[in-house]
Design a protein around this ligand. Structure first.
Ligand SMILES: C[S@@+](CC[C@H](N)C(=O)[O-])C[C@H]1O[C@@H](n2cnc3c(N)ncnc32)[C@H](O)[C@@H]1O
Length: 528
């Protein structure tokens, strides 16, 4: 094997093997190294490692390389948490010591503020950023997981060379890195053993149905190079009873109190394509199997619900568009901060309950300290009212008056937000189902909304659109407070707001241990 050694005059080429000293981690979790005056990004490499890597992308000042071998380990490496590490596409930092994970999340956040947000070192120093607030739980901290299906990799062939369908079944688990193939997860440390049992029972159901001769195929994202669009695999589409897309398991932390028992909640949603859905009973059998087996194993201590929904849209999103059949407990409850929130399979809920409690308390303290005793807050991506209702309750506890206005795109979430306000005896909240990115300029629609002292934003990973930033600059509340799960889009949005707003505080939270993802809370104050 030829290894290209560092030499400023050497011209590097794709597929060259180079030795790299990994010195940092970048947003997205990749290792960073310098070589021949260029920056290289290497997936799955950790700071402190010396690695052998193959160049896959070359640009004038940067490149990407594939990790081929760790020549020298990092002193901060730890043993993997689970046996799926490496094959499974989740938990890219599983072998990095936890305190180092926190250290690098802080660095990544600062890097985004500097590179994308264009904040100066002095501006960042003033924030006095601390290490991220650690997750109270480092294992079994997720209350929701989205599993995917893929075609069996070990399809057997009969003597004629045809596939023996009875012996093959789709796989269910988590996607492998950069692949549509699935790693059959049996021992994930992120969600509880109940979820692992549900996966096991789902595999048993797949085996049973395939043995009966049912065509159960997985929906595989294919890319049609000709017309540049994603399409359903034609063959499967024609023959399958429906294509399996996702299995979503939700396990809120809150236990329900009933007369008989304290009940753990669990909701399973099977999402298929709507094609040739001739036998919905086939999918119902999964729900019934889970219901019966879990009833035997957990008795009254489990409140279980099952949904079979369909999704025709090709985007690989684990959310059904239409419920075909459902039974059991479909309405879930979670306690966040001091508020009990109801929600369902169509609503967003924070996935790490323990850490979310810390985040909500910090957001409440931050906002309440600076607002007048009679304040108006707009929460523009309010979900089922998680932050909006926590603010309302905090004001109520201090005997201060406040008006809270919440906006949210998902109709189901807005329905639950209104119910949650009633159930928590909070009558100073108004919720509107609308698109935050297009509604702010609709003065007529918002004519009943009092002008805000503070606008609170907790958008999806994509952040807020530039158009909404422009609307916020026009609206000009005294404060803007943002929660974000993606520092790169947050930094971009902060840059758009910079002309009128100063970044006055920032805090990072470890919502997603063992991955490079981070949550942050920032506060902006109007300059004049
Ligand atoms: C990260 S979640 C936060 C929800 C809530 N703050 C919470 O903590 O549960 C983002 C929310 O924004 C909603 N959303 C996405 N795009 C939106 C838009 N354009 N306008 C309003 N809401 C939107 C999603 O449905 C989701 O409920």
């Amino acid at each position: 094997m030829n290894i290209t050694t560092e030499n400023k005059t050497t011209t590097l080429q794709i597929n060259d093997m180079i030795e790299l000293d990994i010195t940092a981690l970048a947003v997205g979790g990749r290792g960073v190294a310098r070589y021949n005056g260029m920056v290289f990004f290497v997936e799955q490499a950790l700071p402190g490692q010396k690695v052998l890597a193959k160049i896959t992308v070359l640009k004038p000042r940067m490149g990407e390389a594939e990790l081929m071998q760790v020549i020298k380990p990092s002193q901060h490496e730890s043993a993997p948490l689970c046996k799926h590490f490496g094959a499974c596409g989740g938990c890219d930092w599983q072998t990095l010591e936890y305190n180092q994970q926190l250290f690098w999340k802080k660095q990544i956040f600062i890097d985004c503020l500097t590179r994308i947000g264009k904040y100066t070192n002095q501006e960042i120093d003033k924030l006095n950023l601390q290490l991220p607030l650690a997750s109270p739980k480092r294992e079994f901290f997720r209350n929701k997981m989205e599993f995917a299906f893929s075609e069996a990799s070990n399809n057997t062939q009969n003597e004629q060379g045809e596939q023996d369908e009875k012996k093959s079944r789709p796989l269910v688990g988590l996607k492998q890195r950069f692949s549509h193939n699935v790693e059959e997860i049996t021992d994930c440390k992120l969600q509880t053993p109940l979820t692992m049992r549900i996966l096991e029972l789902t595999r048993e159901w797949l085996d049973e149905e395939v043995k009966k001769g049912h065509r159960l195929n997985a929906w595989v994202e294919n890319f049609d190079k000709k017309n540049n669009s994603k399409h359903y695999p034609k063959q499967d589409h024609a023959k399958a009873q429906a294509l399996l897309r996702h299995l979503v398991v939700r396990e809120p932390e809150l236990c329900l109190q009933t007369e008989q028992a304290e009940q753990k909640q669990c909701l399973v949603e099977l999402i298929t394509t709507p094609f040739h859905l001739r036998e919905a009973s086939l999918f119902k059998r999964l729900g019934l199997k889970l219901l019966n087996v879990l009833a035997q194993e957990y008795g009254d201590s489990l409140s279980f619900g099952f949904i079979h929904s369909v999704r025709a849209d090709k985007a690989s999103v684990a959310q059904g568009e239409k419920i075909v059949q459902s039974f059991g407990t479909l309405l879930l409850k979670e306690k966040l901060g001091d508020i009990t929130l109801q929600f369902d399979a169509r609503s967003f809920m924070q996935t790490n309950t323990g850490l979310s409690n810390l985040l909500i308390n910090k957001a409440k303290d931050l906002c309440l300290d600076l607002l007048p005793s009679s304040a108006v807050i707009w929460d523009l991506y309010c979900g089922v009212g998680t932050f909006a209702l926590s603010f309302a309750q905090a004001f109520q506890e201090k005997n201060c008056s406040c008006e809270i206005f919440g906006m949210e795109l998902a109709p189901a979430s807005i329905f639950h937000a209104k119910e949650n306000a009633k159930n928590n005896n909070l009558d100073n909240c108004t919720f509107l189902q609308a698109n935050a990115e297009t509604t702010l300029k609709n003065k007529k629609l918002l004519s009943s909304w009092t002008k805000p002292d503070l606008v609170f934003l907790d958008p999806p990973r994509t952040g807020i659109k530039e158009s909404l930033c422009q609307e916020l600059l026009q609206l000009a509340p005294q404060y803007i407070c943002c929660v974000s799960c993606y520092p790169a889009t947050l930094a971009r949005d902060l840059n758009h707001l910079k002309s009128k707003y100063t970044l006055v505080s920032a805090e990072v939270f470890d919502m997603f241990p063992h991955s490079s993802h981070l949550e942050s809370l920032v506060l902006l104050k109007r300059k004049i």
